[in-house]
Write a protein that binds this ligand. Structure first.
Ligand code: FES
Length: 154
């Protein structure tokens, strides 16, 4: 499914060398993530190996190779958060959202749960971020409540 969006991006970068990052940024802006078939399409059109695109896309945390949910829940997994109970908190959120094993997004695409290294708020570990709102000193129960409050107020 290569749409108009990709042709427009191609026109923009056709003559530019070293445009892999810019292309990936534009593709992600157009689709919300980087569909695999767009990578192969650009690879063929620009004669750049697909592995170059995938290499960049997997190196930078800003790129997503799978569709993400409408709401993003970020769980800090840095050392302080880990020591103070990030894992049980994450397990509780996964269970509350019924996120399937091996997945990070709910079946209805409403939520994506992602793990991240230290967000710089270690004094209030463990930290959970729901759509950019920071919740500190979380326990599994507090995290579950924060999620319910969010769902109630969205
Ligand atoms: S380790 Fe979680 S905020 Fe630093």
């Amino acid at each position: 499914m290569i749409e108009k969006a990709c042709r427009k991006i191609l026109d923009k970068y056709y003559l530019e060398k070293g445009s892999v990052i810019s292309i990936l940024q534009d593709v992600q802006e157009a689709y919300g993530y980087i569909p695999e078939d767009t990578v192969f399409w650009f690879s063929e059109k620009l004669n750049i190996p697909a592995s170059n695109f995938f290499g960049v896309a997997t190196f930078y945390a800003q790129f997503y190779l799978k569709p993400r949910g409408k709401n993003i829940i970020t769980a800090c997994c840095g050392t302080a958060c880990h020591v103070k109970g990030a894992e049980p908190m994450i397990n509780r959120i996964r269970a509350d959202l019924a996120i399937a094993e091996g997945e990070d997004t709910t079946y209805d695409s409403q939520f994506t749960l992602e793990k991240i290294a230290c967000v710089g708020a270690c004094s209030i570990a463990p930290v959970l971020i729901i759509n950019k709102k920071i919740h500190g000193n979380m326990s599994p129960e507090k995290a579950s409540r924060a999620l319910k409050d969010f769902e109630k107020n969205k």
